[in-house]
Ligand binder design. Structure first.
Ligand code: GLC
Ligand code: CA
Length: 545
């Protein structure tokens, strides 16, 4: 097993983690001072969202220089110091890599748009208007409106999967491939442990730019008209896999370095499995449980299907939150945050923790004048996100709540986004001091996981229960057998399980039980989850002569 299979990865949104110079914006030097916290918490790696020079139209996902640091976040020397400190603490560092588009302020795009005859014209995707005028085809931006913008000077349209300020690079041009592989090499040489690669399946487009077919399920109530079309030609083209093979060949020359790919939530696990073959991505983000309603049956079905599609060869990820989604605790309700922690850290696969989820941070109210995100909604309405909503991503990106000091210990001045109004009681300092807090539960589970072969690499098998709101599963290696039982209901449940023998409570999500019980019937309080060490007949047989 490799570190990226047994380890846990923590996502930091650098703008919101720690400000070191009092400008209200988180920065790399600030993050460096907080790495000790991450080591204390017990994660293995940090994934840092983009810190590259950027006009910040999409907060760093619109890059003007893939090999620099935006002055708001510091300097390359600050990055080197961060990396050195992380490595000294035993933490690995992944950086975000955005190969699919650049900012429209990137020198490449400026040169490309300068004229039809620019030597780098073909680095981006330029097309003539349709014969009857208008955009070359019917593709829509993920962030609303057509995916094409007319450049008046040359009379041609350029393609942008996201905002008009984010023109797509042309991955069919070998020079683009070389330039972006050089970017990867640059960071690998600096010592990063890998990349989170943005929007992987969108890298290569249909060579004929055919119109997308209509989506028969489209509902005009949906706030994102992009879903009027099925993603057939702008997405998931076979040539993407050639690109991934290039990435992988480069990564394989640097042992231990990895690529994690961002994937859309409409890919079935069979498709994700292809992206995670041994010559492609190490990990592809799996849609469950992030994109599921918080119901035992849905979670079980998704875990079982993922397991069946991935088999023993392909390694899954488990993600509960990220910078593009509503906060986990807001999505499932504060009472379930502990069950979510237990599930995240006991499933088979690599868990990702979004900063602040370990203290149960909630979506913060953002008054209209404080709003920063230009993107409304990148997704169709989804039960998991709380139904149709014309939502900004700001509420889930507010500053980390470190303590009860002004500005939550994040900054000496009011930050770029408001602090969550609950910071005086919901913060790291308060939860560190409380042995029964959500943070203490995360820390306990992270430590337990580290010493547990079954949690790190064991098999997964879900169990039938007679309680539809409960989810039970086993994680097993020859030497260790663990049972996880979760009650997602807001009332107590008695769960009957197939015979397993006796079990010792390792922890309850409420951190107040330590008994040994017969596992045939398990009493769970509302919202409770329990991790058991199973001492079943299997073990008894082993000790007999
Ligand atoms: C990635 C990021 C998202 C960003 C998008 C477009 O998917 O996760 O935050 O908006 O790329 O740039
Ligand atoms: Ca700062």
């Amino acid at each position: 097993m490799d570190w990226w299979q047994t380890g846990v990865i923590y996502q930091v949104y650098p703008r919101s983690f720690q400000d070191s110079n009092g400008d209200g914006i988180g920065d790399l030097a600030g993050l460096t001072t907080r790495l000790e916290y991450l080591a204390w918490l017990g994660v293995d790696a940090v994934w840092i969202s983009p810190f590259y020079p950027s006009p910040m139209v999409d907060f760093g996902y619109d890059v003007t220089d893939h090999t620099g640091v935006d002055p708001a976040y510091g300097t390359l020397a600050d990055f080197d110091a961060l990396l050195a400190r992380a490595h000294a603490l035993g933490l690995r560092v992944l950086v975000d890599f955005i190969p699919g588009c650049t900012s429209n302020q990137h020198p490449w795009f400026k040169e490309s748009r300068a004229s039809r005859f620019s030597p780098v014209r073909d680095w981006y995707i330029w097309r003539d208007p349709a014969p009857e005028g208008g955009p070359p085809n019917n593709w829509l931006s993920h962030f609303g409106g057509p995916a094409w913008t007319l450049d008046e000077t040359s009379g041609q349209y350029y393609l942008h999967t996201f905002l008009p300020e984010q023109p797509d690079l042309n991955w069919r041009n070998p020079k683009v491939q070389v330039a972006l592989l050089d970017v990867m090499r640059f960071w690998l040489e600096r010592g990063v442990d890998g990349f989170r690669i943005a929007a992987v399946p969108l890298l290569v487009k249909d060579v004929q730019f055919r119109d997308e077919p209509p989506n028969p399920d489209f509902d005009p109530q949906w706030d994102n008209p992009r879903y009027q079309r099925l993603p057939v030609y702008a997405d998931n083209q076979p040539e993407v896999h050639d690109v991934l093979r290039h990435f992988r060949r480069l990564l394989d020359t640097y042992p231990g370095r990895i690529a994690v790919g961002e994937m859309p939530d409409y890919f079935p696990p069979e498709t994700l499995a292809v992206y995670s073959r041994p010559d492609r991505l190490h990990l592809a983000f799996t849609p469950c449980p992030l994109s599921l309603p918080w119901r035992a049956a849905d979670l079980r079905a998704c875990a079982d299907k993922t397991q069946a599609a991935f088999g023993a060869e392909v390694w899954p990820t488990w993600v509960m939150g990220n910078h593009d989604r509503p906060r986990l605790t807001s999505r499932i309700g504060p009472a379930q945050a502990r069950a979510a922690a237990l599930l995240l850290l006991t499933m088979r696969g690599t868990p990702f923790i979004y900063y602040g989820d370990e203290i149960g941070m909630l979506d913060a109210p953002i008054p209209p004048e404080a709003r920063r995100d230009r993107v409304r909604s990148a997704r169709p309405p989804n039960e998991a996100d709380g139904g149709p909503a014309n939502r900004s991503r700001d509420p889930g990106r507010t500053p980390m709540q470190w303590d009860s000091m002004p500005n939550a210990g994040f900054s000496g001045t009011p930050p770029w986004l408001p602090i969550g109004p609950d910071y005086e009681h919901r913060n790291v300092a308060a939860q560190r001091a409380d042995t029964g807090s959500l943070l203490s539960l995360y820390r306990f589970l992270l430590r337990y996981r580290r010493g547990s072969p079954a949690l790190q690499q064991g098999t997964y098998r879900s169990l039938d229960t007679d309680s539809p709101e409960c989810f039970a599963f086993l994680r097993e290696t020859p030497e260790e057998r663990l049972l996880i039982v979760l009650n997602l209901a807001d009332t107590a449940r008695v769960v009957s399980l197939p015979p397993l023998g006796e079990g010792q409570v390792i922890t309850s999500t409420l951190m107040d039980r330590a008994e040994r019980i017969d596992l045939q019937t398990i009493f769970l309080r509302e919202h409770e989850g329990i991790l058991f060490d199973v001492h079943g007949p299997a073990e008894a047989e082993e000790v007999l002569p």
